[in-house]
Structures are given as C-alpha cells and as structure tokens.
Design a protein around this ligand. Sequence first.
Ligand SMILES: Cc1cc2nc3c(=O)[nH]c(=O)nc-3n(C[C@H](O)[C@H](O)[C@H](O)COP(=O)(O)OP(=O)(O)OC[C@H]3O[C@@H](n4cnc5c(N)ncnc54)[C@H](O)[C@@H]3O)c2cc1C
Ligand code: SF4
Ligand code: SF4
Length: 447
Amino acid sequence: MATLEPVIEGGLCIGCGACLAADPDLELLFDEARQSFRPSGPGRPLAAEVCPAVGVDFSFLHRQRFPGVTPGPHGVVDSVWLAQSTDLARNLRSSSGGLIKELALAHLGSPDGDGIISIVHRGGLDFRAALVTDARDIDNLPGSVYHALRFDDALKILQRRPGNYCLIAIPCQLEGVFSYVYRCAPEIGRRIRMSIGLLCGWQYTHHAIRAICDYKRVDFSRLTNISWRGGGPVGKLKLYTPEGVTTVSRRLDFSYQAAFDRSFNNPRCHLCVNHSNFLADIVVGDAWLPSTVFTRTGISLVICRTSEARLLLQGLAEEGKIRLAKVSVDEIVESQGRRAVFGDFAYAYQAYLARRGLPHPVMTGPNRAAARLVSEKEVDRFHRELLRKLRLQQQGRYRTLWWRKLTWEAPGLLWRYLSWFLVRILRIKSLAGRRKEVARRKLAGFR
Ligand SMILES: Cc1cc2nc3c(=O)[nH]c(=O)nc-3n(C[C@H](O)[C@H](O)[C@H](O)COP(=O)(O)OP(=O)(O)OC[C@H]3O[C@@H](n4cnc5c(N)ncnc54)[C@H](O)[C@@H]3O)c2cc1C
Ligand code: SF4
Ligand code: SF4
C-alpha cells in the first residue's frame, strides 16, 4: 500500500495540500534541512493516492477535465495567443503581460463569480492561498513567487465555502487539487468555474533565498517580503528588511546565477513533465520569443484549452482591456524549450530513479510520445552533481557553491548567455530559416 514516506525521503512535496484534505490527521510542516514543506507523516493510503509527488494519473484527470477530447503532445489546446493588458500600471505590476489580473477581474465581474482563490502575501516569505472577493485587491496580488510555499488553504476554502470560484495555480498545485477533487469530492470540481494556470519551469527551496542573502549580506531572519518580478519583462529580485530594500538583477548579477542554480530547485521540479499546465482551462506564461524581445513591459503567452477560455480572452480584447495576437502552437516550444514542454530530461530522470529504487513521482503525460529522452550518462552526471550540491546546501556552505559556479561551472554559464544572445537578440535561427517568427505587424500596438 503506497504511503507518503517516499515523498518525505525524497523531499518531493510541493505543498499542494491534497493529502491534508484526504487525511485530516496530517499536517504540513516546514523541513528545516531541505528548506521546503513536507507532510507530518506517511498518512493513510488515500493521502498517497491523491498526492502528486507520489504520482499523477493524467489520463484519468484529462477525462474529468476535458471529457470527450483527446489530448495531443501539448495537452488539450484550443488556441495559442500573445497578449498584454492595456493598463500600463497593471502590466508593470505583473510578471509578464498582466493577463492573470485581467482574467481574475473578468471572473469577479461575472454574475456567478464568487471569488478568486490565489496566493496572497502574509509576511516574510509566507505566501498562501486565500479567497479574494474585492476587485480592488486584484492589483495587490503578488507577481510570480518562485520559492516553496503552502497551497493547502485552497482546498480548505473550496471545502468550507459554497460558491463558484476561479483558481489561480501552478501545474503541480492543480494536479493535487484535481486529484483530490475528482476522487473524493467531485461537487467541488463543478464549483471551480475557471482554473487559470501558470506555466512553470521550476520552484526554489528557501536555501536559494538563504544563499542570495548570504552573498548580498542581507539578514535572512529579518526578511519582511520578497518580490521576484515586476517593472518590466524580466524584473529584479527585491529583498525587503526593516533596514531597506536590496535589489538584484535577475539576468546580469553573478550571485543571482549562483543562488538560483537548478540544484536549489525543489527535487520534484527535475522530474516534472507538466510545465505547460495540462489541467488548467487557460495557461499564462512569459513570451520568450525573438519577436517579443522588444517589449518594455512584458508580454504573455496564453494557451486556451477550451473554447470558453478563448471566448473570454477575445471578449477582453473587444472591450479594449487587452491586446491580443493569435500565434501557432509551435510558439510554446519556441518560448519554453522542448525539454520543458515534452519532458526530454524529466522522463529519463524518472526512469533512472525507478531503476535504482529511489523515490520519484510516477507520471506519464500526453507529451510522453513526443519526448526524446536524454542519455543515461547525462542523467547520471546530473544526479551525482545534484546530491553533492544538496549536501553543501544542507551544510549551509553557500559560498562553496558560489566558487564552484565561478570556476568549474563558468563555461556552461557563458554558453547559456551566448546562446540566449544568438537566438533571442541576433535571431540566428530565424535568419537561417530554421524557424518562422511571429510577424512584427501582428504585434503592432504592443508595448
Ligand atoms: C514558480 C513559477 C515558475 C514559473 N516558471 C515559468 C517558466 O518557466 N516559463 C514561463 O513562461 N512562465 C513561468 N512562470 C509564469 C510567469 O512567471 C508569470 O507568472 C505568468 O506569465 C503570468 O504573468 P501575469 O503578468 O499574467 O500574471 P501576474 O499578474 O504576475 O499574476 C501572477 C498570479 O499568479 C499567482 N502566483 C504567483 N506565484 C504563484 C505560485 N508560486 N503559486 C501559485 N500562484 C502563484 C499570483 O497570486 C497572481 O495571482 C512561472 C511562475 C511561477 C510562479
Ligand atoms: S505534494 Fe501535496 S499531497 Fe503530496 S505530501 Fe505534499 S502537500 Fe501532501
Ligand atoms: S516545475 Fe513542476 S513540480 Fe516544479 S513547481 Fe513547477 S509545476 Fe511544480
């Protein structure tokens, strides 16, 4: 009988709260060594059944979410768009195009929209799911929060309060919520009127924030808030203490690159095959395309998985609330990269851990057939290096990791910068005819 033991052992919990709904004896604790959340014990079998760190049954969930539609390698797709809020201040306060805030406002303005379930800031690094019913609070919702947080209050709100809600969540949070809902409480599923999903590449444990605080001489224990994005397409990391704000460039600061190395990700992120949020009605991410490099305020890539989502988006454009340009499904891969979209690495890493009897979630998404698995050698190298780095993190040896990045890992870092410059700025793939760019005239009017 499956339990949550492997989730605790592998540090795979993403704090979705599904297990707590399935087993009221469980609690969500903060694991000091891993600097992320974990359940308080192995729990009842039902808790493991709904836990997305144990496994996700995408076939079952797709049948529930999109009855009668067969998903392709990108999941169920109605249409793909580039979009941006026409409200400059809202756009600048947001992480990419300000689309989520526009969609949330539309839900609150609809006759049967009773509220938004979204994370809100509670203090320090604590961001949690909460109910938002006043449209005036929408612009105060945080932008992207990239560190581990607890999302368990989302299911608590849905269980305790009648009404029709819009849920804003990253993919693994939706996996947990929907796994619980469709197995244990299908009436809740009918009350989630709209799910707005974020595209999600990874999430960091709090070790990453401890590391950047160490490098920038900020007292971690005095953090009152953190802001990862905002004020432009990439945005700056801001660390708030009573003494002031420390601002760090997310693209150019070397210490940022060291502190937000992928080894600081939640271990489940390396195994995640659902970065494009297969279960949400509408998915919003950053448009990282050569044709959107010009933006000063951020443009969103939007995947509508249902015709209702498309009509909502087109309605917002007709009302002048957003700018909208239809693009092809190929832009999802162009923007996110095929590893994230098809799980080239994640499926290979899952198989590697399975062969060794190590904890891993069991997941086969609709993208599995399109995945080109990376070699065992690459996965083995990654795994050994990850274990080494996790040990250093748990010993608090962040400076050692900084020096490793500057010396041993410098060629890899330089190569990443170079390929970004060649592809996004010099557009070599487009000029060589290896990809078709979105025509600039389609984006006329975008900032
Ligand atoms: C952990 C994480 C990783 C991401 N990785 C990628 C990526 O690899 N590629 C990509 O294209 N886009 C990624 N995104 C999405 C991107 O950063 C923007 O959030 C997205 O484009 C929406 O922008 P917006 O301007 O429309 O929304 P905003 O106005 O910025 O609104 C963001 C909304 O999402 C909610 N939210 C923020 N963080 C979380 C969280 N951790 N959990 C639950 N809800 C949250 C906020 O409450 C708010 O309602 C990621 C987001 C997160 C949170
Ligand atoms: S991932 Fe979700 S369901 Fe699994 S242990 Fe963590 S909170 Fe519980
Ligand atoms: S990458 Fe996957 S597992 Fe990691 S936070 Fe995002 S959705 Fe969750």
